[in-house]
Design a protein around this ligand. Structure first.
Ligand SMILES: Cc1ncc(COP(=O)(O)O)c(C=O)c1O
Length: 435
């Protein structure tokens, strides 16, 4: 959908408020945050425009957690899902699969920077990371994993074992093994952090008695607030993993499919991980994810003798495969990777300008079309997000304490929409809400 934001009511509007009240009576507590300012209930979305149940139109600067890279309700993806739903909505993924499963895995093998790729399909990002963890144990015989402070790999128990954000792990500590080793994630704002982090990784790989079978890393930490490591980090991790015979698992669930200006972020350093975890923008909205392993790691799995040791009901779901194939074709044919790369200077320029005029923005960082503004405290970031929503711009708060605002618009966003979104962002940032 072309066009700009257009608000009809106060935000949230009366219908959103009524639904928020209703939600509170039926949803488990601890899920949707409800306040006077949020949420708005989405009714429809196309391209970079979201329409709520009160008829208000917003510009989306989140791509809905990075999913809608090729635009909300991308027509080719919507058609693929609809046609497939009418033909074969569901199959028996690991028993009697559909042809689409083969086609999608062929496509992943062709595009992923992974040696002779073999894929495992699943539904959420966390599941794809869990496949990587199991693969690492099978391939190396070593149960432990090295992860990074600030890392986010999902909230399932397997991924919580390697999560680097304490608040998500703390309540469940009694149910976790708690054996993972952690190193600090290096930050390109502090060049000396590279050596410190790599030394910590090397010490852990050399020291851990039970043995570290995998290093799991986001090429750019997303949920931690778009933390960009210094150049060479991934390359050095690859070297260390080779030296200590651990698998390198690249979690590109957020950074994958063009977001940072290359199809996969690890390609910037020409790094080939042993397992590449994919989700979010893989299918543009259908819940399908994938772990793409190199042939050597995947071979650690014994052939199935009739019952897969690791699978799920929706593995290789035909609608998901059709959506992913159509979505990847859109990313290719619209040249969205190039778009993300070519827009990086504009993103930097506009955001830097906003920071220059608003000294309470303490940092601007990112790559391609994944950026963050950092504020002195979480309240300032929250105010900016709420103020932006009231102006017709959807943003997402991020960071270990919530001190950042992440900007990850659909890659298809039009030039006029992009500039308008920056204008709204500037107004939202400039007008700090009273505390
Ligand atoms: C880098 C990364 N890994 C894993 C996940 C978990 O994906 P999901 O929420 O689909 O389980 C996310 C989600 O935000 C993510 O950003």
């Amino acid at each position: 959908m072309d066009g700009l934001e257009a608000l009809q009511t106060e935000i949230p509007g009366p219908r959103s408020r009524a639904l928020a009240a209703a939600l509170g009576t039926v949803e488990s507590p601890g899920v949707t945050f409800v306040s006077a300012e949020v949420p708005i209930f989405w009714e429809s979305a196309q391209g970079s425009i979201v329409v709520d149940v009160d008829g208000n139109r917003y510009l989306d600067f989140t791509a809905a957690f990075g999913v809608a890279a090729a635009g909300h309700a991308n027509p080719a993806v919507a058609r693929a899902i609809g046609d497939q739903a009418a033909r074969l909505a569901h199959g028996m993924g690991d028993v009697h699969p559909s042809e689409l499963k083969v086609n999608l895995m062929r496509k992943l093998a062709a595009i992923a920077p992974v040696e002779r790729a073999h894929s495992f399909l699943c539904s959420s990002g966390a599941e794809s990371v869990e496949y990587a963890l199991k693969t690492a144990l099978l391939a190396t015989g070593r149960p432990n994993v090295l992860a990074f402070v600030g890392a986010y790999h999902g909230l399932s128990y397997g991924t919580l074992e390697i999560g680097g954000i304490t608040k998500f792990r703390k309540p469940w500590r009694d149910q976790l093994r708690g054996e993972a080793a952690y190193a600090r994630f290096p930050d390109c704002r502090e060049p000396e952090s590279l050596d410190r982090s790599l030394s910590a990784v090397e010490r852990a790989l050399g020291r851990d008695e039970r043995g570290i079978g995998a290093v799991v890393v986001e090429p750019i930490q997303g949920r931690a607030g778009v933390i960009v490591p210094p150049d060479g980090f991934l390359r050095e991790l690859r070297r260390l993993c080779d030296r200590y015979e651990a698998l390198l698992v690249a979690d590109e669930i957020y950074t994958g499919f063009g977001r940072t200006g290359t199809l996969f972020a690890c390609e910037r350093e020409e790094v080939r991980p042993d397992v590449l975890c994919l989700g979010k923008a893989l299918a543009g909205g259908f819940p399908i994810s994938a772990a793409v392993a190199n042939a050597q790691s995947a071979a650690a799995w014994a052939p199935s003798l009739g019952e897969a040791l690791h699978t799920s009901t929706y593995l290789g779901n035909p609608m998901g495969c059709a959506a992913a194939l159509a979505n990847i074709a859109e990313i290719e044919c619209l040249d969205l990777v190039r778009t993300a790369r070519e827009r990086e200077p504009l993103m930097r320029e506009r955001l830097t300008e906003i920071a220059r005029r608003n000294p309470h923005v303490v940092d601007v960082r990112g790559r391609g079309m994944l950026w963050a503004l950092e504020f002195p405290d979480p309240d300032a970031a929250k105010s900016a997000v709420e103020r932006a929503l009231s102006l017709g711009l959807i943003l997402l708060q991020s960071g270990l304490q919530g001190e950042n605002v992440t900007l990850s618009p659909p890659l298809v966003i039009g030039d006029a929409q992009l500039h308008r979104a920056f204008d709204l962002l500037e107004r939202a940032v400039a007008q700090r809400l009273p505390v």
